[in-house]
Design a protein around this ligand. Structure first.
Ligand code: HEC
Ligand code: HEC
Ligand code: HEC
Ligand code: HEC
Length: 409
């Protein structure tokens, strides 16, 4: 099991208030990768967010090597193990790591003590070394983007497989460039890629069943590759040993946030600000019930009306990363900022979509509210690809609360 890098954090540098949480998560990732039986991790920019010394400590706790052939000290010596050779089922597999040379050293604690060597040149040099050491199959783990991976593939280096994890490339498209196979799994642990590599006998591909032959790809004379991607969906059961480890960290994080939330009334976040006309403010769903009871009853039956409960169930209601889409008016004018004071702002309400309604209610409907909602574009503020992959605007839009959703009289 291999990881292309950018595993431990999701930013190049952590804000001071995120450091404790970041460390807890990094520890959790390393210990769960230990349990899963990881073979090697490449170091990317997002692994260096707390500096080299921190990463070295994590490496001690890991049962697998941290690789990098192009992160050097000032004297040009590699800071991490550049490469390893492993014997797997009798085959000598060489594995090495390369990070993007665009990495911003000034953002990394202690980064002034480092140098990043040219990625392509180092990749070539290390691959040739591995070949000389007798590796039968050579794998590069890298945070280079797909374009750069392709260039590597075209350069006729002895690299059989590139496992990429650039922060920019989110799609997983296995591609073959000359004799190099390139796989790029989505960031953030959203899916697992499995590549079965078989060495073919003298009969070549013909020895395989047609069904298998059709799904995979023969490379060169004797290699056969079969690629699978497994998105990690919520309904996949958790590992019995890892699940409790995750739960424990989630509870610690939740406590941490409770402390922070009470200390600070002004947590940033929430994104784009809603304009608030003078005298207007939020009046909450119950206030609309009086005149729009059909819409109210309809809304009560939707997931929107229970969106905050979903966070509570997952111990995430004090997580500022979640609240903006699961409640009304977080960090907005007339809204709330203290995660402890969510009160009536809980859930996605009428005013999340139609805008603040005080003036509308006061004028008994004469002050117009938002009705066409930019043809549904506003739904996409919350229904982003990452959170709502199956969102189908066409079918949902007219049903969410409008006339189409009402029972026929
Ligand atoms: C303020 C954020 C927000 C906006 C704006 C929003 N939604 Fe949602 N929506 C959510 C959240 C959060 C959930 C999940 C609630 C839960 O289950 O916890 C959800 C769930 C849904 C669901 C049920 C889940 C599903 O995919 O089957 C539908 C349907 C839906 N929204 C449609 C819409 C439509 C249509 C619009 C635009 C008119 C819209 N939403 C605007 C946040 C939003
Ligand atoms: C950008 C807006 C957004 C953010 C941020 C967000 N959510 Fe959601 N969430 C949604 C939407 C939209 C849905 C509805 C998904 C669907 O079914 O299409 C949803 C659904 C859910 C659901 C219920 C459906 C399910 O998959 O079980 C849970 C639980 C949930 N979110 C938890 C969280 C947690 C925890 C966080 C913070 C880590 C979070 N959400 C952050 C928009 C968001
Ligand atoms: C997720 C976003 C969303 C929420 C939440 C929501 N609405 Fe709507 N509402 C819409 C959309 C979209 C339309 C337009 C539907 C159409 O054009 O078919 C609409 C239409 C309406 C209309 C116009 C008349 C009609 O039936 O077409 C009224 C009135 C209304 N909503 C009231 C409410 C009230 C009251 C609530 C809360 C109880 C509410 N809405 C919650 C999105 C929402
Ligand atoms: C005192 C009664 C009353 C209350 C309370 C009320 N509305 Fe209305 N609403 C109306 C009237 C009247 C109309 C105009 C209906 C028409 O022209 O067909 C209207 C129309 C709407 C429309 C269609 C667009 C528009 O402005 O014409 C939406 C959306 C809407 N209301 C949402 C809400 C929401 C959300 C709330 C709660 C914040 C709410 N209403 C509270 C009386 C009310």
């Amino acid at each position: 099991m291999l990881n292309g890098g950018n595993l431990l954090f999701n930013r190049e540098s952590l804000k001071p208030e995120k450091v404790i949480a970041g460390k807890l998560l990094a520890d959790l990732i390393v210990s769960s990768y230990n349990k899963m039986g990881c073979d090697a991790l490449n170091i990317g920019a997002y692994d260096l967010s707390l500096g080299v010394d921190f990463l070295r400590k994590k490496e001690k706790a890991a049962k697998f090597p941290f690789l990098s052939a192009n992160i050097m000290d000032k004297h040009g010596k590699p800071v991490f193990t550049p490469s390893i050779v492993k014997k797997i089922n009798g085959v000598k597999v060489g594995i090495f790591g390369i990070c993007s040379d665009k990495l911003k050293l000034n953002k990394i604690p202690g980064g002034n003590k480092l140098k990043i060597a040219n990625a392509l040149a180092k990749a070539e040099e290390t691959a040739l070394q591995l070949q000389q050491q007798g590796a039968d199959y050579i794998i590069l783990l890298t945070t280079l983007n797909i374009r750069q991976c392709r260039r590597l593939g075209q350069r006729d280096m002895p690299i059989d497989l590139i496992v990429g994890s650039s922060k920019r490339n989110r799609i997983s498209l296995p591609i073959l460039v000359d004799d190099t196979y390139i796989v790029h799994v989505e960031r953030g642990g959203k899916s697992v890629g499995r590549l079965d590599v078989s060495f073919l006998g003298p009969a070549g591909v013909q020895a395989l069943s047609p069904a298998v032959r059709y799904k995979g790809k023969a490379v060169g004379d004797n290699l056969f590759l079969l690629n699978h991607f497994h998105p990690l969906k919520l309904d996949i059961p958790d590992h019995p040993e890892i699940a409790p480890m995750v739960k424990k960290v989630e509870i610690s994080l939740s406590r941490l946030r409770q402390v922070k939330a009470t200390q600070s009334m002004t947590i940033a976040g929430g994104g784009e600000k809603v304009k608030m006309a003078p005298g207007n403010s939020y009046v909450f769903a119950e206030a609309c019930n009086k005149c729009h009871s059909l819409q109210f009853q309809r809304w009560q039956k939707t997931a929107h009306a229970k969106a905050y409960t979903s966070l509570i169930k997952n111990d995430k209601h004090f997580d500022e990363e979640c609240i903006s889409c699961h409640a009304l008016g977080y960090s907005q004018a007339g809204g709330f900022t203290d995660l402890h004071q969510v009160g009536e702002f809980a859930n996605v309400q009428c005013e999340s979509c139609h805008g603040p309604g005080r003036l509308h209610v006061k004028s008994e409907g004469k002050t117009k509210l938002n009705r066409d909602l930019a043809n549904g574009k506003m739904c996409l503020k919350c229904h982003i690809e990452e959170r709502s992959p199956d969102f189908d605007l066409e079918t949902y839009f007219h049903n969410v609360c409008g006339a189409a959703a009402m029972p026929k009289k």
